[in-house]
Ligand binder design. Structure first.
Ligand code: ADP
Length: 542
């Protein structure tokens, strides 16, 4: 017997229809690339996205075609996502922080037909265009007045181009499992691989992300995704904001502390999200100026581990709740969020921050477990480390064009490549990337724990820990530190600071100071490059 409910495919067009109908006057406020602050409503965004969809169809874009964007967060970028998916085409977010060769690789691999790009990226794309044979048109996200002279093929100013359509158009209807978006993983080894989201997975993931223990967005919120739309599907904000009817603030290209602060305050933002590096910039600015945060309630921090000092500063000094989140491009991307369950509601002070350091609890629609190398499930005791595996309706089952082969085991679990513990209340804590964990005397040492501890020292700007070969223990930790400007930490001071806060056998065997640590395109420490730099290093006396 079948249920007798309506067949209502979960299509992305329904999200913007809903926002325009139920929250039509709510605004999307952007720092435009041209400079001024720009305001538009959901109703207008829908109308312009319809024009965009109509114009794309006229250019021959059809179901399944890939259409790329190389753009900061703005109302135009948002319109692109809705316009592209509205004709059943696939938005492909290109991360401008990738190396040029990687950009060429992913755009050719995806066979992008049109590229929407911000003014910022015109010089970069002009250099690459000869090697992008599939791109038939470049649409520059600006108006006629700001349109640059360019050699790009069939280049047009976005505003003029969409105004060639009148918006008298209906969203296409198709199966909810149709591809909607693509994002390549940054690929620390080998080529980047294409993750392909569907309409259904994006809708389910966004509904999941709106739950009170996740982003908890409502129509009373003003949400500012500082995390770019090109980073891991923009952490759902492009859909969850309009779904909830939240006011959105799109910060454009300026992601430094003072610029982020200016928008947080002038727009009275209540919820924001980004990687830790962005918040380092904001907190440094707040400390220098002594300025307050008057409206912000929640900050979602993920992409890499949120240092304890960061959580404590936000919560203790500014009264802003930190939601530590973990996820990955392959998970749409949210996997867990660290909100406090009833079981921990009575904790205070350090005991509470111990919990807040964890990456958190899986919401409905994410299943997770930890296993040993043979695939046996390990206990949820908060102590045992294992490979973290996940499954759910917004988790990848394969990469684009089958790259990387079979990625699920026979029960449908995806190995995240992370190593984690899960405690009896379901709080997951990442202890390392499987390839970064330090194997010492048959036991594992978490490089992330050591890094988090080291950055708590007032003289330390950034810390990374890598395993160095050791004749007796197999590997031992080397702590690499970037000192704060004007600070002159020494090895003894740092080790004394760490003493007593970790097991004795976890203590780094040596500390070295460097002016900078290499990062990936998404701001993660490049452990491979660091290991390479220290490949000839030997511990003193070994
Ligand atoms: P990238 O950010 O490099 O484009 P992903 O977002 O897919 O790629 O990266 C996912 C990985 O980032 C996770 O598997 C995990 O190792 C790391 N990560 C994400 N969030 C956290 C977090 N809160 N704490 C620790 N590691 C994290």
């Amino acid at each position: 017997m079948l249920g007798l409910m309506q067949d209502w495919p979960l299509l992305i067009s329904r999200v913007i229809d809903h926002a325009a109908r139920e929250h039509g006057d709510r605004e999307v406020i952007s720092r435009s690339i041209e400079g001024p602050i720009h305001r538009i409503t959901y109703r207008e965004i829908r109308q312009r996205a319809l024009k965009l969809a109509q114009r794309l169809s006229r250019d021959g874009i059809k179901l399944g075609d890939r259409v790329a964007t190389l753009a900061w967060n703005s109302w135009r970028h948002l319109e692109c996502w809705y316009g592209i998916t509205g004709v059943g085409a696939v938005y492909h977010t290109v991360n401008p922080r990738l190396f040029e060769d990687q950009i060429l690789y992913i755009m050719n691999h995806a066979e992008d037909r049109i590229l929407f790009l911000d003014l910022t990226f015109v010089p970069l794309v002009e250099k690459l265009a000869d090697r992008l044979p599939t791109v038939g048109r470049y649409v520059i996200l600006t108006d006629a007045a700001h349109m640059p002279q360019t050699t790009l093929r069939n280049a047009v100013a976005y505003e003029e181009w969409i105004n060639e359509a009148d918006g008298d158009f209906r969203w296409l209807e198709f199966d909810e499992n149709t591809a909607a978006g693509m994002c390549y993983t940054s690929g620390t080894t080998g080529h980047p691989k294409g993750v392909v989201y569907s309409h259904r997975s994006n809708i389910l993931h966004s509904m999941m992300s709106l739950q009170p223990d996740c982003l908890n967005l409502s129509s009373r919120d003003t949400a500012m995704p500082v995390v770019p739309l090109f980073h891991a599907n923009g952490w759902s904000f492009a859909f969850s904001g309009p779904m909830a009817g939240a006011t959105m603030v799109m910060p454009g290209a300026k992601l430094d502390g003072p610029s982020v602060y200016e928008l947080l305050e002038t727009m009275q933002v209540t919820c924001t999200a980004a990687v830790p590096t962005v918040w380092l910039g904001l907190l440094a600015y707040l400390e220098q100026t002594g300025k307050p945060l008057t409206s912000l309630k929640r900050v979602v921090i993920g992409g890499s581990a949120c240092p304890r000092a960061m959580t404590e500063k936000f919560e203790r000094n500014y009264g802003v709740q930190v939601l530590h989140a973990w996820g990955m491009t392959e998970m749409s991307p949210l996997g867990t969020v660290c909100s406090i369950k009833k079981d921990y509601a009575d904790l205070e002070g350090d005991a509470l921050y111990d919990i807040k350091m964890k990456q958190g609890v899986a919401p409905f629609a994410v299943e997770m477990k930890i296993t040993d190398d043979a695939g046996n499930e390990l206990p949820r005791d908060g102590q045992t480390f294992g490979r973290l595996k996940v499954r759910g309706p917004a988790v990848s089952r394969s990469y684009f064009r089958g790259e990387g082969g079979q990625i699920l085991d026979e029960d449908g679990w995806f190995d995240t490549g992370d190593v984690a513990t899960i405690d009896p209340h379901g709080y997951m804590q990442i202890t390392d990337r499987a390839k970064d964990v330090i194997k010492s005397g048959g036991e594992w040492i978490s490089s992330i724990d050591l890094e988090n501890l080291a950055v708590g020292h007032p003289d330390v700007a950034e810390a990374a820990v890598i395993g160095i070969a050791h004749p007796k223990w197999d590997e031992r930790p080397l702590l690499v530190i970037v000192p704060k400007p004007d600070a002159q930490p020494d090895k003894e001071k740092i080790l004394a600071f760490m003493q007593g806060r970790i097991a004795k056998w976890w203590m780094p065997d040596d500390v070295v100071f460097v002016p900078e640590i290499p990062h990936t395109a998404t701001g993660k420490i490049q452990k491979m490059a660091l290991r390479d730099r220290f490949k000839d290093y030997r511990f003193p006396g070994v």
